[in-house]
Design a protein around this ligand. Structure first.
Ligand SMILES: [Zn+2]
Length: 94
């Protein structure tokens, strides 16, 4: 069985994966409750990462592991993690 290693951004993209980010500051519970108390709409901690743009910026050969933190689009915090989503179209098993 051939093993497919998704170790670079370009390979992730080729296999239909996407990425999203998680902001620790926006997801920090006290901030959520501050928003609720102030009757603001609580901010979501998850944000989309447009993979082609990231590839354009960092290069397709950039390793998936050890990416520099991507600033949160809402609060500009760099306390973010990146997560990989499942492929948009399932891969065929041979
Ligand atoms: Zn944030």
């Amino acid at each position: 069985m051939e093993m497919i290693v998704l170790d670079t951004l370009a390979k992730l993209y080729q296999h239909g994966h996407g990425m999203f980010g998680w902001c620790s500051d926006c997801g920090f519970p006290p901030r959520y409750w501050d928003d609720v108390k102030a009757r603001r709409v609580p901010q979501r901690a998850i944000f989309d990462i447009y993979l082609p743009a990231l590839i354009h910026e960092s290069g397709g050969e950039h390793p998936v592991v050890g990416l520099a933190p991507i600033p949160c689009p809402r609060c500009c915090s760099r306390k973010t993690d990146t997560r990989v989503t499942a492929p948009s179209k399932p891969m065929r098993r041979n």
